[in-house]
Design a binder for this molecule. Structure first.
Ligand SMILES: [Zn+2]
Length: 87
């Protein structure tokens, strides 16, 4: 289990785009998990509370990297946290 966690950790740091790497680190610090993908997406992030809205696909080479970074940060910031289970 620990091994898997370390693999994901390294996977975040291997992303080819520096700005996306930083956004992924930011998500990680907020307690988000990163899951590797088998398709052509780089992977997927999701919050630790498993809200249905709190997940996003991460691309290796998005057409608009800046927009992708903004969306990652916006998605992470939009997480309501653990207190809003009903909303
Ligand atoms: Zn959430």
């Amino acid at each position: 289990m620990l091994y898997v966690t370390i693999m994901f950790y390294e996977r975040i740091r291997m992303h080819p785009n520096k700005h996306i790497r930083e956004a992924l680190k930011y998500a990680e610090v907020q307690g988000w998990a990163f899951a590797k993908s088998h398709g052509h997406a780089y992977g997927r992030i999701r919050c630790c509370f498993r809200h249905s809205d709190c997940q996003m696909w991460i691309w290796s080479t998005p057409r608009n990297p800046e927009g992708h970074v903004r969306r990652i940060r916006k998605t992470v910031e939009a997480c309501p946290g653990e207190d809003t289970y009903d909303s």
